[in-house]
Design a protein around this ligand. Structure first.
Ligand code: UDP
Ligand code: MG
Length: 314
């Protein structure tokens, strides 16, 4: 029998937890196949009644409900990571605890998993958030898509099903600045989308303030792109080339009989040369830092998906 663990990061979601649990039970009841379902709530240092509501849920349904309480608020990605590390079973589904991710979408996620896809991500067909959030999201996914070294699908949050094989790979990545969407992209394996309409928020307000969104965007960009470290070198090349050009012009004008080099030409040559060489050296240092960054993250250099007749030692 297969087991699926649903992971819910919880930060001040008290009013939606019971309705969420009810909807999840209704959804799992509709699944014909014989699965075990586990609901793992990760209380990310909530300041409202969430802890009490979760304790009640766990007491009422000890077979299905699991609760993990973090010592303080560590943030969404950390809370999900904590749940991923403790999840049991053959697959996990990551969902928001505020009912914005409709439970019924899980039926489609599971169906695609049964077809053999190992990461099934829910892709927003529409979202009912503020104009500001929609505009920033569109801009972010475009920029990240261009800069990132791995595939990060657009309009996709953390709502997804992940097979145990991929889960183990991502759990093995120990980086602290966790941008899970990128980490699944790095892990590879077979990915498939399922389109869905994201619900509006019913209770409370988004905990993703502008500051947190900027933080998430930074984790995405700096965690999955070396581009910022690599802008110095080409600038340095341009400045040094200009310096050489100006210097050459200054020499020619000085040497030719009836001309003389204007003073600014010499000054420009000096300024561009000094600036250009510094930028080039910053670029070289950037290259080393990018490599150090790569090494300290400790992501696997490659991940084997399957083998035939190879055995352990290969
Ligand atoms: N969340 C969390 N820790 C935080 C902030 C948010 O665990 O510090 C959870 C929150 O309880 C919810 C999910 O992350 O289940 C998404 O948060 P939210 O609904 O505020 O973000 P949005 O839906 O606006 O992206
Ligand atoms: Mg939400």
């Amino acid at each position: 029998m297969k087991t699926i663990t649903y992971i819910f990061p919880v930060y001040n979601n008290a009013p939606s937890l019971r309705p969420l649990y009810d909807e999840m039970c209704a959804m799992t009841a509709r699944i014909a196949a014989d699965y075990e379902h586990r609901f793992l709530f990760v209380d990310d240092g909530s300041r409202d009644e969430s802890g009490a509501v979760l304790a009640k849920l766990a007491a009422d349904d000890p077979e299905h409900v699991r609760v993990l309480s973090l010592s303080r608020n560590f943030g969404h990605q950390a809370a999900v990571s904590a749940g991923m590390a403790r999840a049991e079973g053959d697959a996990i589904v990551i969902m928001d605890a505020d009912l914005q991710d409709p439970p019924d979408v899980c039926l489609e996620l599971i169906a695609r998993w049964e077809e053999g896809f190992q990461v099934v991500y829910a892709q927003r067909r529409s979202r009912r958030d503020s104009l500001f959030k929609r505009v920033t999201a569109v801009a972010f996914y475009r920029v990240l898509g261009r800069m990132s070294t791995v595939d990060i699908p657009r309009d996709t949050g953390d709502f997804r099903l992940v097979d145990r094989v991929v889960l183990d790979v991502v759990n093995g990545m120990k980086e602290h600045h966790r941008f899970l969407r990128g980490m699944y992209g790095y892990a590879g394996f077979r990915h498939a989308p399922v389109a869905f309409d994201r619900r509006a928020r019913v209770h409370g307000h988004s905990e993703y303030t502008l500051r947190r969104l900027v933080g998430l965007a930074r984790d995405g960009i700096f965690g999955f792109s070396d581009l910022p470290l690599k802008v110095a070198a080409p600038l340095g090349l341009v400045a040094t080339s200009l310096a050489l050009l100006f210097g050459f012009a200054a020499v020619v004008l000085a040497v030719l009989p009836s001309t003389s080099a204007p003073a600014w030409l010499g000054i420009m040559t000096g300024v561009l040369l000094v600036g250009g060489v510094q930028l080039l050296i910053l670029g070289i240092i950037g290259e080393y830092i990018a490599r150090i960054h790569d090494e300290v993250r400790g992501r696997p250099a490659y991940i084997v998906a399957a083998d035939s007749n190879v055995g352990e030692r290969a």
